[in-house]
Design a protein around this ligand. Structure first.
Ligand code: SF4
Ligand code: FES
Length: 434
């Protein structure tokens, strides 16, 4: 995939996630959609967390695209077999019985699963609001008709750029025209037109053109989601982090565009958190409302949690969703505040941001219990400002955005997401390997 969780999820989440999707929470219309009526939810244990309102099924890590900012694990080569259809449907039923209402179907590219329509039909029957997060590759008129008939509510389509050259370079495919055709299909089948473009140093100077493309396609919602640095994006951070000047130009261009189009298009610009002084309330706190299931059945409190050391993630092949959500050590590990270290432990803002993102804390500091270093109260905040300073130097040197795709390829090492590759993510500074 390439993107992130979908618009409307009501969470603060990483982007660049499977299927170049969006950034989640701070973006978009963040209300959890009302599901159709279903069975009354099972009661939650007294004093425990509420139900997993938002369920994300990463149906597969297979993907025809090779996005440089994908948040799927960088060790794809070692992932186990995908769950069969019956297991996905069982998970849907168990989560719905707990009270889950909003469903994201992601990957990888979920359209590579030929049981997608069956899974959508089962979810619709259970009353979920269903959002497909897709690169568009694999979507045909036959499939969109079948998905509509099965009850799919919403499609989020990703682009890498407004130009064929960069779109195809960043995904290492020839998919630009195909995506444009899928955008037309989405409109023809009466879905809201929701586009997602993950921004980074290589395309952020094209925001005007990206918005122009979205307008020409009849987009009603556009999510410009600055890359957050997990998975493959972490490996490529030195090549992808924009400069502050780039960011400011992009925000100004977005604002001018908003003023011109008025209410015709809603545009969500998700600022990269490296430029903030307070972290995002990632996942609204781990184990609070979000439950993801990886293709092999691993259940996770966030998309990137596989990397966190010592987190013994349960698997839906062996445990029911109720036991996973309420009782598993992994889902309880970061609930509440007892795990927090200073400065979060005594910080008056801890109930607002929950100390930020655990995965970012781990990647940057090597300890998932630390404050997210995006916070300027963190003793590790200099790790973030140093990364930004390197991005400023790269921009000042005119590389690589000004050089175009070919220049990037020649001058910089980019790791393209590839199923045949296994690159362990190592906490600390990302190392560019040749
Ligand atoms: Fe949030 Fe921790 Fe920073 Fe306080 S110190 S603002 S709780 S990250
Ligand atoms: Fe933020 Fe994992 S991505 S906690």
């Amino acid at each position: 995939m390439s993107g992130g969780p979908p618009i409307g999820q009501g969470l603060s989440a990483p982007n660049g996630s499977p299927v170049e999707a969006g950034a989640g929470a701070r973006a978009a219309d963040t209300q959890v959609q009302a599901a159709r009526p279903g069975p009354p939810p099972q009661s939650a244990p007294a004093g425990g967390p509420g139900p997993p309102l938002w369920l994300l099924l990463e149906l597969t890590y297979r993907c025809p695209l090779h996005c440089v900012y994908c948040y799927n694990p960088t060790e794809l080569a070692s992932s186990a077999a995908e769950l069969p259809t019956a297991d996905w449907i069982r998970v849907l039923g168990e989560a719905r019985a707990l009270g889950a209402v909003q469903l994201g179907l992601s990957g990888g590219e979920p359209l590579v699963r030929d049981d997608l329509e069956t899974i959508v039909g089962a979810a619709h029957g259970l009353g979920y609001y269903i959002n497909l997060i897709t690169s568009g590759v694999g979507m045909t008129e036959t499939r969109i008709r079948a998905l509509k008939a099965a009850g799919l509510d919403h499609i989020q389509l990703s682009f890498q750029d407004s130009t064929r050259e960069l779109n195809d370079f960043l995904s290492s495919t020839h998919t630009f025209e195909l995506k444009a055709k899928v955008a037309a299909l989405i409109r023809r089948y009466d879905y809201p037109m929701v586009l997602n473009v993950v921004l980074h140093r290589l395309n952020i100077d094209h925001v005007d053109e990206i918005l122009g493309m979205a307008e020409a396609m009849g987009a009603q919602y556009v999510e410009l989601a600055n890359t957050q640095y997990y998975g493959w994006a972490w490996l490529n951070r030195e090549q992808l982090l924009p400069s502050r000047a780039q960011l400011e130009r992009a925000e100004a261009a977005t604002q001018r565009f908003r003023e011109r189009v008025g209410g015709r298009m809603q545009i969500y610009f998700v600022v990269p958190d490296y430029f903030e002084t307070r972290p995002k309330a990632c996942m609204s706190g781990l184990g609070s409302v979000f439950l993801a299931v990886a293709p092999d059945g691993t259940a996770m409190p966030c998309h990137a949690a596989r990397m966190l050391p010592g987190l013994d993630l349960p698997n839906v092949r062996e445990s029911g969703i109720r036991a996973i959500w309420y009782d598993s050590p992994a889902f309880n590990r970061f609930r509440g505040e007892a795990w927090m270290k200073e400065p979060c432990r005594s910080c008056p803002e801890r109930s607002r941001d929950f100390g930020g993102c655990r995965c970012q804390a781990y990647l940057l500091t090597g300890d998932a219990d630390n404050a997210d270093p995006v916070c300027d109260l963190s003793p590790h905040h200099a790790l973030v400002t140093a990364a930004v300073a390197r991005a400023e130097r790269a921009a000042a040197a005119g590389a690589p955005a000004a050089q175009g795709a070919a220049g990037v390829a020649r001058e910089h090492v980019l790791h393209f997401r590839d199923h045949r590759t296994s690159i362990p993510v190592v906490a600390g500074e990302p190392v560019t390997r040749r």
